[in-house]
Write a protein that binds this ligand. Structure first.
Ligand SMILES: [Zn+2]
Length: 339
């Protein structure tokens, strides 16, 4: 197998922004295999090093790079990783340590379904949201996982050591994306490395942690008010999608007297980051404004994948606990009763 390695290093260059247009041509850089070689003997790999810059966000397009195998975003100021992360199925190494991340996209689980591709993720330190729970319950659970006695937590379809732990309350948003019911998300201070305050943190409550039985108690997630939850997109949602599809100039012209400016601009920010509409993690429909969201905590212990045996001590297990953000397109798109 002929390995063709393209290595791009843009470390320590004071970059504050990297656009989709910068990323797009990287795919053709590797290009198709020369005509005398077939793909059987030609294995292109792309390594992208963007560490030690001041990037606040990265374009979703980055994860569309077909041959991306190594990505380092270490020591930037990234607040959120795009949902598109799940598309980087050839990724072997990812370094996202030293950023302002509070969670990772739920879609990262997609990468872990592929056997033995991704071999390392460096993700700490960041400002990851911690579940609020009794420490006794948590350490017991982790202990069981290590001993392998609590097999009920393993989720089918993952060749790696991946376990679902539990989740936060659901946040329900109105058509403009304002929180109607559910916990506030903890805010992160801009200064790197600084943790969000304990006061904020305490509002995110992790309720459903336990053994095999992950079903919530009687009061499962309910939408606010008495209106029945609907899958149908709102007029706002449809109008926002249409607005996002228009050119910048048209967008500006249409929002001149619009009191929905804030909502639209926020939706645009997300749209530009993702380079697409987001996809509902429950029904897979595309949406512009999330109507539900919640955090799930998973144990993702892939760094010891080659050891054959689990050698984790409980401290490492806590390091391996990752908050994943899930978003839904309607009030009906909420966690299922069984995980
Ligand atoms: Zn949905």
């Amino acid at each position: 197998m002929l390995e063709v390695l393209v290595l791009i290093t843009l470390r320590c260059m004071n970059l504050t922004r990297i656009s989709s247009d910068t990323i797009k041509p990287l795919n053709s850089l590797i290009g198709p295999s020369p005509s005398f070689l077939s793909y059987d003997v030609f294995e292109p790999k792309l390594e992208l090093y963007l560490g030690n810059n001041s990037l606040r966000q990265i374009p979703g397009r980055m994860f569309h790079l077909e041959h991306l195998t190594v990505l380092s975003l270490r020591n930037n100021q990234i607040k959120e990783i795009p949902q598109a992360m799940g598309r980087a199925i050839n990724l072997e190494q990812l370094n996202i340590a030293l950023n302002g991340l509070r969670w990772l996209p739920y879609e990262m689980l997609t990468l872990l379904r592929v056997p033995r591709i991704i071999t390392s993720i460096h993700r700490s330190p960041n400002s990851f949201v911690e579940p609020l729970q009794s420490s006794k319950q948590s350490s017991k659970l982790i202990e069981n996982i290590i001993k392998g006695t609590n097999v009920g937590l393993a989720v089918r379809g993952f060749p790696q050591k991946v376990y679902y732990l539990g989740r936060s309350h659901v946040r329900f948003m109105d058509v403009e994306g304002k929180l109607m019911k559910g916990p506030e998300l903890p805010t992160v201070h801009d200064e790197r490395g600084e943790q969000f305050s304990k006061k904020d943190d305490s509002r995110l409550i992790m309720r459903f942690i336990g053994g095999v039985d992950m079903a919530p108690p009687d009061d499962g997630p309910n939408p606010p008010g008495n209106r029945p939850a609907s899958y149908a997109p709102s007029i706002h949602e449809m109008a926002t999608k249409k607005w996002l599809a228009a050119s910048r100039a048209e967008q500006e012209a249409r929002t001149e007297h619009d009191n929905l400016k804030n909502m639209l601009f926020k939706a645009r920010e997300v749209y530009e980051m993702e380079d697409a509409l987001r996809q509902c993690t429950v029904c897979q429909k595309e949406f512009a404004i999330a109507r539900t969201e919640w955090i799930e905590w998973w144990i993702i212990a892939i760094n010891d994948i080659d050891s054959g045996e689990t050698t984790m001590d409980p401290r490492d297990a806590i390091e391996d606990r990752v908050p994943l953000m899930r978003r839904g397109c309607s009030w009906r798109c909420v966690p299922s009763r069984e995980q």
